[in-house]
Every structure is written in C-alpha cells, then in structure tokens.
Ligand binder design. Structure first.
Ligand code: UDX
Length: 476
C-alpha cells in the first residue's frame, strides 16, 4: 500500500502513553488520526508493552503505511516479574520517576528531527516535567471521562470543605457537594476510588490531585469524550482550562475517517496486549438477537476466587445467555473445585474466553447488555453500540463513571461495592428484562449522538481539525 503523503513541513509529535492497555489503546487511535492528518508521529511505548503488542497484533504493518510514523521504546523500570495488573500496578509511578524520566529527557534532547509537540498521557507527570524543562509545548491527554477529571480537580476543595476523608463504610452514602455540577447525586461511594484513602495526605491521592491541576495549565487538554455526553461538566471545566479538545469516542472517530480498506485492516488487527480469541463470534452468531449479556472487567481488574464464583452463580442462575471474558489471571485458583451446576449452566447457555474482540462483540446483534467494570474505553464502546450496562466498578475512575452511567445518562444499573450471586442475578434480569425498554431507548439515543459528533461538522470532528491546526502552528 502507498504510504500516506507527508510534506516536509509536517510537525513532529511525540505521543507518550502510560504503559497500560486502556491508555495505549486510545492513544494509538489518536496517533493514527493525527498520522492521517499528515503529522509526523513518534509513539513511545514501554519495552514491556511494545513486546506485548508485537506478540499479539500486527501493529507495525498497520502503521507502516504512514510516512514518518515511528515506534520507540523506553523501560518502565518495573522488574519483569512485577504484576502489571490489579492494585500492584500503581507501583509503576515510582519506577517511572526514578528510571524512565532521565532516559526520556536524554531521548528528547537527542531526538531528530526535533519534537515540536509532546502529547503526554496526563497521568505521566514525568513527561510533562521534561517537556517543560526543555521548552517543548505539551498537550495533555487524559484517557478517562471528563466527570472523573473534574472530581480529581476538586479533591483539594473537598478536603478544604471537610468532605474528605470518608469516615468508613457507614459514611459512603453521604452526599458530596463541592464538585460543581454534581451536587445533587455524587455520594462518597461514587468518588474515584483513590478518594477512599483514610488520610488526605495519602501519596496516590495527592499525586493524582496535583497532576490533574497541572493538566489544566498546559497548551491544551485533550479528552476522549464528546460534547453531547459530558457537555455540562465540560462547561464547568472550561472555566479553569479554556483550551479543551474533546475528540471522542476515538475508536468511532478513527473508523469514520479511515478509507474502507484501512477500516478492514483496523478490524483485523487490534491494540491488544492479549491473544484475541475470536471463537466467541461464531457462538454469538447462533444466539437470538439481544439475548446475550457480555461480561468483561477490562485489563487491570483482578477478582478473587470468591468473586469469580459469585459472578458465575449469578450469571447461571439468571437463566440468561452470557459471554464472559475471564482472563487467565482472574481464574479461580488451582485446587478450587468448580460446582457442577456452573459447568452445566455454562455448557447450556454460556461461552467463556480469555480475551475477546470487544468492539466487534459489542457491535454484534446478539448482545443485549454489558456487565462491565466501567473502564472508560469499555463505557464508550458500549455507548457507541447502544448497549445498556450493568456497572461493577473496580477502581480508579470507574466508581464515578458507573454513577454517571446509571444516574445521569440513564444507560444502566450500578451494582457498586456489591458482589454476591443474588445481586448479580437481580441486576442481569433487571437489565435484560424488567427495565430493558427504558435502557435501550436511552442507549439508542446516546449512540446516535456519538455518531453525529464524529461525522463531518460534528463537535469531535471539528475539535480534531482545530487540534491539528494548533499543532501545526507549533512547528518551529
Ligand atoms: C484502565 C482503567 O481501568 C480504566 O478505568 C481507565 O478508564 C483506562 O485505563 P482497563 O481497565 O483496561 O483500563 O479498562 P478499559 O478502559 O475499559 O479498557 C479496556 C480495553 O480493552 C477496551 O478498549 C476493550 O475493548 C479492550 N478489551 C477488553 C478487549 O479488546 N477484549 C477484552 O476481552 C477485554
């Protein structure tokens, strides 16, 4: 295939994501959109992430058609055996600071051609620091929802108002009133999970709060969301950061701008760190329309054996068909015996895979609902396909995303903090039967708005063009 044309005058943009699936996935999509617009892109992956991508995807051949598109790698500093999922993942920030930051600085000093603009993951304070030290313009990209960023921004206000810390389990239903725009529905339990720290000086809470404040100070804040979904919160945010580019949902935006042949290439590949098991697609083909609940908790959530068994009972007892992504690191521990009724129930109505082609699955006509951890990519993918959700948030932004899904956007049910078989069964039947019509109606409406915003003249479409123009004006 011919390489996309790229004039000599193209600015050089370096894109640096946090080395995690949800971050790399959406930032690769942004990178492709910018390459399509003719910018020279260098995409910086951690060694570990790049190895996973090379093993499980054809990412190199997909991007080889863009002139000047390069991948570079850098160590994340974590020892090889350190877990890169679950709460242990948060340890990475210490290693990025001590190991990755000096290497990144040296790379930026020596890179040719000179980088005109860094698009840094907004949680990578190290990239923002280096860019500022070297005088390189930096645009920060947050992979999460605007509502979560706005809550993080308000952490110091919540502390000052005495609303944080949360005082134990019995305090969880207290209403939080110092996040503008959320005064009537945000409870302690809906705050991003890091706000559950018992000490307001907790290092993670402090770092996130400070990094988020810094997101509002750079050359721009780039978000994978769209105006018709989060416009109210965005208008509050714009009082603090005038230059906010909303360009999402990125996966749909990219599909819309690609030619037919490139779209096919995109469908056949993925940005996955895991081997995709496509056997669930022929299984779905055999199921009635809207009859299957898809269950996936993303790439980072690690469930205990007890939680896996409770979900499993709930799904089987609901009597509904289900497709479940059970990653190998989420399997019940060796030696745990799986009750026979679960094996039988799964044979009759279920399909379990270790990693699914999620976007295709959610777009399949057999899917009627999504039991999700409310990761932001998964939420947007469900929104785009008009699939109602049951939310079981695990950590980080997911607690607030699930409140917006259920309470603000009316797209599903929130089973926050609960995980037993009766609740799972009740939720599945609530979503797939009792409240089905209501949720499908609002999900269909929001899906239409998502499509409009990435079409020519839509808000995300125009914002991406504005972003490209602004980056062009940074070229020295
Ligand atoms: C993390 C955080 O958990 C999330 O809250 C934050 O918004 C981004 O970073 P992750 O936990 O992986 O991401 O969740 P999510 O954001 O939903 O991303 C998961 C991605 O993996 C999605 O794009 C999804 O399509 C993909 N996926 C998941 C698959 O392709 N197959 C699967 O079987 C499961």
């Amino acid at each position: 295939m011919d390489k996309e044309q790229q004039p000599q005058t193209s600015p050089h943009v370096l894109i640096f994501p946090l080395p995690a699936q949800g971050h790399v996935n959406s930032m690769l999509k942004l990178a492709e959109l910018l390459a399509l617009a003719g910018l020279k892109i260098t995409f910086l992956n951690s060694d570990f992430v790049h190895e996973q991508l090379l093993r499980h995807t054809d990412v190199l051949s997909r991007f080889s058609k863009y002139a000047g598109f390069d991948f570079r790698t850098i160590p994340d500093g974590l020892p090889d055996e350190h877990p890169r999922a679950g709460h242990g993942f948060m340890k990475i920030f210490e290693f990025l600071e001590s190991t990755t930051k000096p290497i990144f600085k040296e790379m930026m000093v020596n890179i040719k051609p000179r980088v005109d603009c860094i698009i840094a993951d907004g949680v990578l304070g190290i990239a923002v620091d280096v860019a500022e030290e070297l005088g390189i313009p930096v645009i920060q990209f947050r992979t999460i929802s605007a509502c979560c960023i706005w809550a993080y921004f308000a952490v110091s206000d919540m502390i000052q108002a005495g609303e944080l810390p949360i005082k134990g389990k019995e305090d969880m239903d207290r209403l939080i009133t110092s996040v503008p725009g959320m005064e009537t529905f945000l409870r302690c339990r809906d705050l991003p999970s890091f706000c559950r720290a018992s000490d307001t000086m907790d290092s993670t809470l402090q770092r996130i709060s400070q990094d988020t404040r810094k997101n509002f100070e750079g050359h721009g804040l780039l978000l994978n969301t769209f105006e018709d979904l989060e416009g109210d919160i965005l208008s509050h945010m714009r009082t603090k950061a005038p230059k906010i580019y909303t360009v999402g949902p990125l996966h749909l935006h990219l599909r819309t701008r690609l030619s037919d042949s490139s779209r096919t290439l995109l469908d056949q590949s993925s940005n996955s760190f895991h081997e995709v098991d496509r056997s669930c697609l022929p299984w779905l083909d055999k199921q009635p329309k809207g009859s299957v609940i898809y269950v996936s908790f993303g790439s980072l959530a690690v469930l205990s054996s007890e939680e896996v068994i409770e979900f499993w009972f709930g799904l089987v007892n609901s009597g509904k068909r289900f497709l479940w992504v059970l990653r190998p690191d989420n399997m019940v521990e060796k030696g745990d015996s799986i009750p026979v009724e679960l094996i039988e129930g799964t044979k009759q109505r279920g399909c379990i895979v270790s990693w699914a082609p999620q976007e295709e699955v959610l777009g399949h006509g057999a899917i009627g609902g999504f039991l999700s951890h409310s990761g932001w990519n998964s939420t947007l993918e469900s929104v785009v396909e008009g699939v109602p959700m049951i939310c079981w948030p695990y950590f980080a932004d997911q607690q607030i995303n699930s409140r917006f899904v259920s309470q603000v956007w009316g797209l599903g049910l929130d089973m926050k903090d609960l995980c037993d078989r009766q609740i799972v069964e009740k939720m599945v039947n609530g979503l797939m039967v009792e409240k089905r019509q209501e949720f499908v109606k609002s999900a269909t409406k929001v899906a239409k708005l998502a499509k409009e915003c990435v079409n020519v003249g839509g808000s995300s479409y125009c914002n991406l063009d504005r972003l490209v123009e602004d980056i062009r004006s940074m070229k020295l």
